[in-house]
Design a protein around this ligand. Structure first.
Ligand code: SF4
Length: 221
C-alpha cells in the first residue's frame, strides 16, 4: 500500500508540475488510519480538502472553491454544472439572476425555503469564460460530488443542465429528450431539468421547469 501511495503521490506531483506549480504544501487526497486513499467523511473536511485541491487545471485560475451549501440532511439536492465568475469571487453558490430564479422556484413551486435543500455543482472551480472544460476535469471533480451525495443522502436529486445529468448518470441522452423523467439510481430519484442560467436566455422553457419541480414536490410528500 505504501508503494501505491508513493506512486500516486509522484503522479500527482508530475501533474502539478505540468500545470506550472513549483510545489504544493497540501496533499489533495489524504491517507486514513488504514493507509488507504479516501475522501473525508464530513462535509466540512471535504470542503477543506477541495479548498486545497490542485488535481486539475481549473485550480490555476480560481479565486475561491465554490462548494455545496445548505441543509446537510436535505431530502432534496440540486446539482448545477460549474460556478460563475460572481460565485468564484465570493465562494458562494447560485448567486446572480440565475441563483435568484432558482431560489424563487424552490420557494414558490416546491414550497420550501432554499435553506432546506442542499445546492452544489459538478465542478467546484470556476472555468474561465470561453475556455472549454474537458472530460478529465469533470471526471476528476465528480469524486467530490459523489462524496457529497454519499454524506447528505438526498432522496431526490435535481440535475440542472446537461453536464450535471450526464456526469452523474453516465447517460448521454440529450437533455431535451430526458428532461422531467424520474429515474431511480442507488437510493435516490434523479430528475433532470434545465439550468436557471439557461432559462435566462430561453424564458419560454420556464414552464417546463415548473412542471418538473411540481413533480419534485409530489415526490417529496
Ligand atoms: S475543479 Fe475540482 S478537481 Fe479541479 S481543482 Fe477544482 S476542486 Fe480540484
Amino acid at each position: 500500500m505504501k508503494n501505491l501511495h508513493n506512486a500516486l503521490l509522484l503522479k500527482r506531483l508530475y501533474q502539478l508540475k505540468e500545470l506550472g506549480y513549483k510545489y504544493t504544501s497540501e496533499e489533495p487526497f489524504k491517507e486514513n488510519e488504514q493507509n488507504t486513499l479516501e475522501l473525508p467523511n464530513s462535509l466540512l473536511a471535504l470542503k477543506q480538502q477541495a479548498q486545497n485541491c490542485h488535481l486539475c487545471s481549473l485550480s490555476k485560475n480560481r479565486n475561491h472553491i465554490v462548494f455545496g451549501e445548505g441543509n446537510e440532511q436535505a431530502d432534496l439536492m440540486f446539482i448545477g454544472d460549474a460556478p460563475l465568475e460572481i460565485e468564484d469571487n465570493t465562494g458562494k453558490i447560485f448567486l446572480g439572476r440565475g441563483g435568484e430564479m432558482l431560489t424563487a422556484m424552490i420557494e414558490k413551486v416546491i414550497g420550501i425555503s432554499r435553506q432546506k435543500v442542499y445546492l452544489t455543482n459538478l465542478l467546484k472551480c470556476h472555468p474561465l469564460v470561453n475556455k472549454a472544460v474537458h472530460e478529465p476535469e469533470y471526471h476528476t471533480c465528480k469524486a467530490y460530488l459523489f462524496k457529497e451525495i454519499e454524506l447528505v443522502k438526498p432522496k431526490i436529486i435535481v440535475t440542472l443542465g446537461e453536464q450535471a445529468y450526464h456526469y452523474l448518470t453516465n447517460d448521454t441522452t440529450k437533455l431535451t429528450n430526458i428532461r422531467g423523467t424520474v429515474m431511480v439510481k442507488d437510493n435516490h430519484s434523479i430528475i433532470p431539468t434545465y439550468h436557471p442560467n439557461f432559462l435566462l436566455k430561453n424564458p419560454s422553457l420556464k414552464k417546463d421547469v415548473f412542471e418538473d419541480l411540481k413533480r419534485v414536490k409530489g415526490l417529496l410528500r
